[in-house]
Design a protein around this ligand. Structure first.
Ligand code: SF4
Ligand code: SF4
Length: 464
């Protein structure tokens, strides 16, 4: 019955399983209470003002619709329109929280919502990758990506969040020091393996400093990279050694993490803060001069832009992306590279969090032009780059046929963009993008291999 209802308002895919969503359970009243909490400045100290502003504005010009890849790829289904979620929130807001709505009702857009609407809103909050392409084109700055996140926060308040980002992504990181549940000893074994691999494969002896106090650079990677994208880490170690700089990794410890991810960013301020505290403890313990975020987009957003507003102690922490560090190492001549060593045509995907949010457009391009012989732009790129479809937590959400949804919407768009470049190598700078593109390449049978930026830089290194 629940499934039938959901299909009526939605489609054949499901981001939230029945177990999580409980579609037959009434939740409207609880949702309205959670919404009320988000409208309280003290409770919603992170995004109270942008939420209110986005609720108040919207001139229905439709500009955002054409910018949303889900909307266009779905054949323009209304449920994927960027204002679908914000319109429903506005109806609730006006009906329950404004005087004019209480007096004039439907005349001022204050209309009630049904239990079915709330279920659809919940599912819809996990059909948007929070890429903010729509916000970039909105003439009055309405941020429908932010609205998605606020809806997810309200859902978290009433006990609805996908297992992949809550249980596995967040609770594991808090309990085990990383979302992969890797103890310090196993992590150190992986580093030993990397040393041996570089010696066996390339005849290079490297040092991998760990838990060094006061290092110039503390590098923190997505812990999943040590399993899923080890070649990126091996390349990173080789480049850092070649540069001869003072750097360190860290091991997990009680109340500290060696995992740069913060999945709380996708659905809950409470979880965002809890994980931020784990990162803060690492910085307090190791006192690095600079924290370097590995190839991970959302962690860059959290560490670079959000933590300084959450933790007073973070205000003086210098945070850069590993992409900025590599760019600096090449520009200052600390490493020498030869583009002839990467002769194949290479293209690059701008991750939403590094590009549209972080403004890192030229750094990766300078690197790729220095280390690759034939760099080709994907279209569109930079500010208008289309999200890979792995953002907002999607890269780790595989249940049921959600993968089909990911691959047949954004996946199809990105597959075509890659084909049009004629590139043989796709350069990626974010773990979530890597997870998504790995699937896209298989699903759409692309004759392309993907590589992390570190791999390409390492491959181009010239030793004197
Ligand atoms: S572009 Fe902005 S103002 Fe226009 S419909 Fe979209 S959210 Fe509303
Ligand atoms: S944030 Fe991205 S996915 Fe979400 S509505 Fe806007 S354009 Fe679409």
């Amino acid at each position: 019955m629940a499934e039938e209802k959901m299909r009526r308002v939605f489609d054949e895919f499901r981001a939230l399983s029945d177990e999580i969503l409980k579609p037959d359970e009434p939740k409207k009243e609880k949702f309205i209470q959670a919404f009320k909490k988000m409208l309280d400045k003290e409770e919603n100290w992170t995004f109270w003002l942008p939420l209110l502003t986005s609720l108040d504005l919207c001139v229905k010009c439709n500009t955002c619709a054409e910018a949303c890849p889900f909307y266009t790829a779905s054949g323009k289904k209304p449920i994927y329109h960027p204002v679908y979620r914000s319109d429903m929130l506005r109806r609730i807001y006006k009906k329950y929280f404004t005087l004019s709505g209480k007096i004039f009702g439907g005349l001022v857009g204050a209309r009630d919502v049904t239990e079915e609407d709330i279920n659809a809103l919940a599912e819809s909050a996990y059909r948007c990758s929070v890429c903010r392409r729509c916000a970039y084109v909105c003439p009055i700055g309405v941020d429908n990506g932010l609205i998605t996140r606020e809806v997810r926060k309200m859902l978290y308040e009433i006990g609805i969040a996908p297992d992949e980002i809550y249980l596995k992504g967040t609770l594991y990181q808090k309990e085990f020091g990383n979302a992969t549940k890797t103890p310090a000893e196993a992590f150190l074994n992986t580093l030993d393996f990397i040393k041996e691999d570089l010696e066996d494969e390339k005849g290079i002896e490297v040092e991998i400093p760990v838990d060094k106090v006061g290092a110039d650079y503390l590098i923190i990677n997505n812990a999943g990279d040590y399993f899923a994208f080890l070649d990126t880490i091996i390349g990173q170690v080789e480049v850092l050694n070649a540069a001869g700089i003072d750097w360190t990794y860290n091991t997990p410890f009680k109340n500290g993490t060696n995992d740069v991810v913060n999945y709380g960013l996708f659905f809950s301020d409470k979880e965002l803060v809890d994980i931020g505290k784990l990162h803060l403890e690492v910085v307090k313990k190791l006192k690095p001069k600079t924290v370097v975020v590995g190839e991970c987009g959302h962690a860059y957003e959290a560490m670079k832009f959000l933590y300084k507003d959450i933790f007073p102690e973070w205000k003086n922490v210098r945070v850069i992306s590993i992409i900025e560090l590599f760019d600096e190492l090449i520009r200052t001549g600390k490493i020498k590279v030869d583009p002839e060593k990467n002769p194949q045509p290479v293209t690059y995907h701008d991750p939403c969090k590094l590009g549209r949010l972080g403004g890192l457009y030229e750094e990766p391009r300078r690197i790729l032009k220095a280390v690759c012989k034939d760099f080709r732009e994907m279209q569109p790129n930079r500010e208008m780059s289309v999200c890979c479809g792995g953002g907002g937590g999607f890269a780790i959400m595989h249940k049921d046929d959600f993968m089909t949804f990911r691959m047949e919407t954004y996946g199809k768009i990105k597959a075509n963009q890659i084909k049009e470049t004629g590139a043989e190598v796709l350069a990626l700078a974010c773990s979530n993008c890597k997870g998504q593109f790995r699937e896209i390449i298989n699903w759409h049978k692309l004759d392309v291999e993907w590589k992390g930026i570190a791999e390409l830089v390492a491959n181009a290194l010239v030793y004197e």
